[in-house]
Design a protein around this ligand. Structure first.
Ligand SMILES: *Cc1c(COP(=O)(O)O)cnc(C)c1O
Length: 455
């Protein structure tokens, strides 16, 4: 491929001139230039300058089976030759989409037996809002429209995803749509430090009940939450949180939607975050790990009571995407799920996470670190101003960014959310990858500590 002959500098220039990146400050990117990633294998990335980086983020929380899986490429190649595309609109379907729906019905929790496919997490959550509102319409409760979510929630970046999400900086660009409310997240380190974890879990869940009472249960369609809030900074709820949320949703006749886009497909040590927290959702959203990022695919799984209503009482549901159930994406997903199963990646990663946690407890002793929180293969290292007083930095995000940049310099990809350093490694991480991660992180923390002590 001719374009592979360009120098890094040439690519950076063209990139700046013609390419607007997602979630990017364009002026500062133009000054610094992009890091151009050209290859990857296993858990390591290679840049156009031939630098090796350990990817402790699984790309963007998605490359669960690691890079360089030839099987996935071969399945895509074969499916493209056999049938590159056909849709599932009206009354057609393709074998991979049917097989994947069956497989997901098997793997997913509770009575989630029907799949509706799309290509991104944002689209899938758009389907959630349309389907849930349709459901309540058909139930004769057309006023049940409002979705309750949490601050720092991330549910995508379309108008619906942004409105479901709880990022105030996103709401300020493009206007939060009406019908979306946000309550306190179960973020103990930031909001709960007078209370025990368990008391705070109940306190945070009860904020949902307060919100329901404020707007009236007759107006509330659903509560939506990630089992562990990912992009919001890996907020791990106390164990008391989800059982209380479930109780509230049942009591007030509100659907419970669990966004499994990050937690699904092994991330938390089970197939779904709902399994880890024993949640019985009415609907789940899936994306990212469903194909390990090799090709775009997303979907929702719908529980029997909702699907019965939509199927039997609804007539035509006017919703769907050109690429819903795309045969190539579904074939890749099936192969990806097969790899996770055959290589026992969920059990294996859960084992490795015990070692990872031991090493992270050492990192937790660092003077910059307020707490390490984690669940199997997702976690955060919270950087703080004063470890003893549990005081966070006033100028949120500055120190996190400094540390993130040192990590990159040291050959490690972690992400900074505010001042939390996030890890979300591929499920194939082994003990020596854990050592590499923790060594590089420790060095970066020391450099960050020095850097801010001087300034
Ligand atoms: C990434 C993410 C989304 C959005 O997925 P896109 O494919 O980027 O649209 C939705 N929910 C959660 C929990 C996510 O992490």
């Amino acid at each position: 491929m001719a374009y592979l002959n360009r120098t890094t500098k040439q690519w950076q220039e063209i990139d700046t001139k013609h390419h607007l990146h997602p979630f990017t400050d364009y002026k500062s990117l133009a000054e610094e230039g992009s890091i151009i990633v050209t290859k990857a294998d296993g858990v390591h990335l290679t840049t156009s300058d031939d630098k090796q980086l350990l990817d402790a983020m699984s790309g963007l929380w998605c490359v669960n089976v690691g890079y360089g899986r030839k099987n996935l490429a071969e399945v895509a190649y074969k499916q493209m030759q056999e049938l590159p595309y056909y849709n599932s609109f009206f009354k057609t379907a393709t074998p991979p989409s049917i097989e994947l729906a069956r497989e997901l019905a098997e793997l997913s929790p509770n009575d989630l037996n029907h799949a509706f496919f799309s290509s991104s997490g944002s689209e899938a959550n758009d389907t959630v809002v349309r389907m849930v509102r349709r459901y309540w319409d058909l139930k004769g409760k057309p006023n049940k429209k409002t979705f309750i979510s949490r601050e720092f929630a991330y549910h995508g970046s379309t108008m619906t995803g942004m409105s479901l999400g709880g990022m105030t900086a996103m709401h300020a660009q493009g206007d939060l749509m009406p019908g979306f409310e946000h309550v306190l997240p179960p973020y103990w380190y930031k909001y709960g430090n007078e209370m025990s974890h368990e008391d705070f879990g109940i306190f945070a869940a009860n904020k949902i009940e307060e919100k329901i009472n404020e707007i009236g249960a007759d107006n509330v369609a659903a509560f939506i939450g990630e089992p562990i809030q990912g992009a919001g900074g890996v907020i791990i709820p106390p164990d008391s949180y989800w059982p209380r949320v479930q109780e509230i949703c049942n009591q007030y006749d509100i659907l419970l939607v669990v966004d499994e886009v990050i937690c699904g497909f092994g991330r938390t040590g089970n197939w779904f975050g709902s399994d880890t927290y024993n949640i019985k959702p009415d609907i789940i959203t899936m994306a990212k790990g469903i194909t390990s990022g090799y090709i775009p695919l997303s979907g929702i799984m719908i529980g029997d009571s909702v699907s019965d209503t939509i199927i039997n009482e609804g007539g035509e549901f006017y919703h769907g995407y050109t690429y819903s159930g795309h045969p190539v994406a579904c074939a890749v997903s099936l192969e990806n799920l097969k790899i996770i199963k055959e290589e026992n990646l969920i059990e294996q990663s859960r084992q490795v996470s015990i070692y990872l946690e031991q090493q992270m407890r050492e990192i937790e002793k660092h003077p910059l670190v307020g707490e390490v929180r984690m669940k199997s293969f997702i976690g955060a290292v919270e950087l703080v101003k004063d470890k003893e007083k549990m005081e966070m930095f006033e100028d949120t995000g500055v120190v996190g960014t400094i540390c993130r940049d040192y990590c990159i310099e040291n050959g490690l990809v972690m992400r900074a959310v505010r001042d939390g350093m996030i890890f979300c490694p591929p499920l194939i991480f082994n003990n020596s990858h854990v050592d590499e991660l923790c060594e590089k992180l420790k060095k970066s923390l020391d450099q960050t500590h020095n850097h801010i002590s001087k300034s």
